[in-house]
Design a protein. Structure first.
Length: 123
């Protein structure tokens, strides 16, 4: 795991990124900024690196997980239920590949608006 920081909407979060090929490629591009859109309690936005193929992912996520969505070439941050959820867990629109997670309480993300700029920063 590699520690990073994510700044979104004036808030700063500590995160841990896995040492997988997708995560490693993203780490090499840091620092980078992504314009993110909110979908329920998920923010997603264009990845600075495109991956033509991605390992199998999953739809049911945990609060705080960061993932790569290959069909939309997007990074996702899950912090609660989404419109696709059938219970209190976050659910992606389709399978995503987890690449890490934010450490700590994410309730403050619920206060942010529909569009936010997120900065992914080395620690």
């Amino acid at each position: 795991m590699v520690d990073i920081r994510i700044r979104i909407g004036g808030l700063v979060f500590e995160a841990r990124i896995d040492e997988t090929p997708i995560a490693t490629a993203l780490l090499r591009r840091m620092p980078f900024s992504v314009g993110m859109t909110r979908w329920g309690d998920e923010y997603y936005g264009p990845s600075p690196v495109r991956f033509d193929s991605a390992p199998d992912g999953r739809e049911i996520m945990e609060v705080g997980e960061i993932a790569y969505w290959q069909p939309g070439n997007a990074l996702c941050i899950f912090f609660g239920p989404t419109p696709a959820s059938t219970d209190s867990r976050p659910r992606a629109a389709s399978a995503v590949v987890p690449i890490g997670s934010i450490v700590g309480d994410l309730v403050s993300l619920k206060e942010l608006g529909p569009h936010e700029q997120a900065e992914f920063l080395p620690k």
